[in-house]
Design a protein around this ligand. Sequence first.
Ligand code: SF4
Length: 378
Amino acid sequence: MTFEKLFEAQSWEEVKSSIYSKTSLDVRTALNRAGKRTLEDFKALISPAASAHLEEMAQLSHRITQKRFGKTLQMYIPLYLSNECQNICTYCGFSFDNKIARKTLSDAEILAEVKVIKELGYDHVLLVTGEANRTVGVAYLANAIKLIRPYFSTISIEVQPLEEEEYKQLVSLGVYSVLVYQETYHREGYSAYHTKGKKSNFSYRIDTPERLGRAGAHRIGLGVLIGLEDWRTDSFFNALHLDYLERTFWQTKYSVSFPRLRPAEGVESPKYIMSDKELTQLICAYRIFDEEVELSLSTRESPKFRDNIIQLGVTSISAGSKTNPGGYTSAPDSLEQFEIHDERTPQEIAAMIRAKGYEAVWKDWDRTYQVADNAVIQ
Ligand code: SF4
């Protein structure tokens, strides 16, 4: 059975009502369960009833994370290759109908960005593009990956959903992980937010992680854009998706991100607001539900929130990010995809991590036999 079939058997309203009717006893049952928690436990942990148990959830999440991941935080940084996009997404600064200067980096511009990123100390880069098949299709991505591969031990991508064969090609070139967020599992809401372009095809997007699993991706990143619809219901469907993928493609690793909608040029305010306390609850709920999943937090969040959350379940964190193509070198003032909230440098973030007794890990793994580690950019 495909995930979409499993998903279609569920009703958004029934799931929502089930989450909101969970009781304190349900939360206690979830917290006290020995072994793997169930999806019903996850509902209890994200329910309003669980907010009274947040301290206990935080302590448990902290213990599980330390047991599985140690006192480490993986560091990564996004490299925006292009802001061209053929889709209209009503919440994004790169939307096709937004009249902004469009830019796609040339080889020389990519290498200039890489040079700055390497000087910041990074060994894990996340390549990001809009969805514009003509300009940033597979041929462009393959070229960019070959270009930067000598300089990074881990390359992740967050680009348009692709076909299985296309993913296989990019994995063979050195892509380690692929992030593809469903944005929202609310089908009608999805149609209202994605009014034009390939992204308006809900089914194609929801099938994407399965194409990635079949293509042999090492890690698949999931998430919903918090603020589009009720975050509790959307997060349940994301957890359902994660659970399905882990059972189906058990060789693959998974990560979950928690992007909260941020202001951007030409974009309306979020319809649903999630407080810092609620985001803390959600992160702890994921950790208690799934001890293996990697949890990632970007610079969308405030310094205060990031400082406090890193001991409670998060395993990777970005720092010093620019969300515009050329942002590290040639176009520091061009339009960003969204506003950064934590503007501290990577070194400041690493110092904060050390001060909390953790180690900032710049290198995720080593491709010792594939390329010389000491490649130098001229
Ligand atoms: S969210 Fe992605 S697909 Fe949608 S407009 Fe922005 S860059 Fe394009």
